[in-house]
Design a protein around this ligand. Structure first.
Ligand code: CA
Length: 227
């Protein structure tokens, strides 16, 4: 997975590069818009992380030029907190997602995962069970007419459960696939149960029909079937 980071702030660029490399991504950094544009049009990337305020050429200009050339690489825009209008404009220009600076690194990783998943044909972008819907790209969760706000982890957890709907998901599976911990010396059962409880409180308890079932001694199952 090769990521192009277009960011003129050396400190930010360096931190992002270091963090992504630790996650086994290949990273190329461009410090100016021109350089970023050149790299994006001459090499193939799986994702572009694009800062908006760049010397020479504004990030959105670059993005528009790329889309005009039919380069459809997913783009994650980095924007300053006060540039709300940029954000709206960015979404029109062909931004796939944006992140407000300063951001927490795990949040960046979650966005990257969601965006790079988009291109994969084996992944469904919109998951549905009964009146529950999860959009993997916009990260919106809707039950009935109500939007449900989840933390990044709860979102990941729900997405995993929805991808395995109708099947029993064990705590081992969640530890391994959602928490990325395969070492059973660090049992995560309590952490998982706490997150399940919080998730259930948001997406199941307020509604008449219960979808998230606890299978005693085994794990959990997201299903329309009654117990
Ligand atoms: Ca900048």
């Amino acid at each position: 997975m090769h990521i192009l980071v277009v960011e003129d702030e050396t400190k930010v660029a360096r931190a992002v590069k270091k963090g992504l490399k630790a996650e086994h991504y290949d990273v190329t950094v461009a410090a100016t818009g021109e350089e970023g544009y050149f790299l994006a049009t001459t090499q193939s990337f799986d994702l572009i992380i694009l800062d908006l305020m760049l010397p020479g050429r504004h990030g959105l200009e670059i993005l528009a030029a790329l889309r005009e050339q039919d380069i459809q690489t997913p783009v994650l825009v980095l924007t300053a907190r006060d540039a709300v209008e940029d954000r709206v404009e960015g979404l029109d220009t062909g931004t796939d997602d944006y992140l407000v600076k300063p951001f927490a690194f795990p949040e960046l990783l979650a966005r990257i995962r969601a965006l790079t998943r988009r291109g994969r044909t084996d992944q469904t972008l919109r998951l549905k069970l009964a009146d529950l819907e999860l959009d993997c790209v916009t990260r919106k969760v809707i039950r009935g007419m109500q939007e449900i706000s989840l933390t990044a982890k709860e979102h990941e957890l729900l997405e995993y459960l929805m991808r395995h709907q109708g099947h029993v998901v064990s705590r081992e599976m969640l530890a391994h696939d959602v928490w990325k911990v395969s070492d059973r010396a660090t049992p995560l059962d309590n952490v998982i149960d706490v997150h399940i409880t919080r998730l259930r409180r948001k997406m199941d308890e307020p509604f008449e029909r219960k979808l998230l079932k606890t299978i005693r001694g085994v794990g959990f199952s997201l299903t329309e079937e009654e117990e």
